[in-house]
Design a protein around this ligand. Structure first.
Ligand code: BTN
Length: 263
């Protein structure tokens, strides 16, 4: 990967500007700083490796050279999208999942609420959306996507919080990271108008993992067990519990596991 090759192979997409790093700390951090320096919508940061990649809930996200796709796309939410800011993460998850299904012809692709992409119940992609603010005015968001492409991208077993896999193992042949990047960016852009139409939520719900299964959800200090019902029209996760009926959970500090999974 290098900046010139990336620019030429992404030229069919409306990328405003591109920064490529062989090594960086975190593409999300780079993107947030770039937003503060005035980056335009659809500016893109791509790195071959990250030394301080960030995951959800303050976790680390390792990115080893040549093994993964790590990028952050800068978006400037429009007025009508501002009430739906929490949907930018599922937007990216749905885009990655649909590319794996429709371009790479993979089966068993699902989204673990809110936004981990799974293949055959193993995590292949994580998403972290962060925002840059000036006072209470939103400057922009960094939609950070990390996809395991080669087996070398996977964390060692002892660090795994959830079973993991990579695209090449599932596809069974070499996968070009720039083709994958171009397809995912195109899909994010194509689905963005559906942030506000309800169609994104419907597709997210259709791709939802563990539907109808017993799950355990850790939320702040409490653990809720029940049957995973689906995603409501407001993007919340609905769990049918024995004692309280259907309970809704919103995006935030929530860990979701299928019930037999122990961590
Ligand atoms: C998670 O599953 O915890 C989210 C992982 C998000 C990782 C990506 S890699 C590109 C971007 N830059 C970061 O520092 N994090 C995101």
């Amino acid at each position: 990967m290098d900046a010139d090759v990336l620019r030429s192979r992404l030229q069919h997409l409306p990328i405003a500007a591109l920064r490529y790093y062989d090594v960086t700390g975190s593409t999300n951090q780079d993107a947030l700083e770039w937003i503060e320096d005035g980056a335009d919508e659809y500016s893109l940061v791509v790195a071959d490796s990250q030394t301080a990649g960030r995951g959800r809930m303050g976790r680390r996200w390792e990115t080893h050279p040549g093994a993964a796709l790590a990028f952050s796309l800068i978006l400037k939410p429009r007025e009508e999208e501002k009430p739906c800011l929490s949907l930018f993460s599922p937007l990216c998850a749905v885009a990655v999942a649909l590319v794996l299904i429709n371009v790479y012809r993979l089966k068993g692709v699902q989204v673990k609420w809110p936004n981990d992409v799974l293949i055959e119940r193993r995590k292949v992609c994580g998403i972290l959306v962060e925002s840059a603010w000036e006072g209470d005015s939103l400057l922009g968001i960094a939609a950070g996507v990390g996809i395991n492409v080669l087996p070398e991208a996977l964390p060692p077993d002892e660090q795994l919080l959830f079973p993991a896999t990579c695209v090449e193992t599932q596809v069974g042949k070499p996968v070009d990271r720039i083709d994958l990047l171009a397809a995912v960016l195109g899909e994010i852009m194509a689905w963005r108008p559906h942030l506000t139409t309800g169609q994104l939520i419907q597709t997210w719900d259709r791709l939802l993992a563990f539907k109808g299964e017993a799950v355990r959800l850790e939320h702040k200090d409490c653990v809720v067990s029940g049957k995973l019902w689906g995603i409501a029209q407001d993007g919340s996760l609905c769990i049918q519990t024995e004692t309280e009926g259907i309970q809704k959970f919103y995006f935030g500090d929530v860990h979701l596991r299928p019930e037999p999974f122990c961590d």
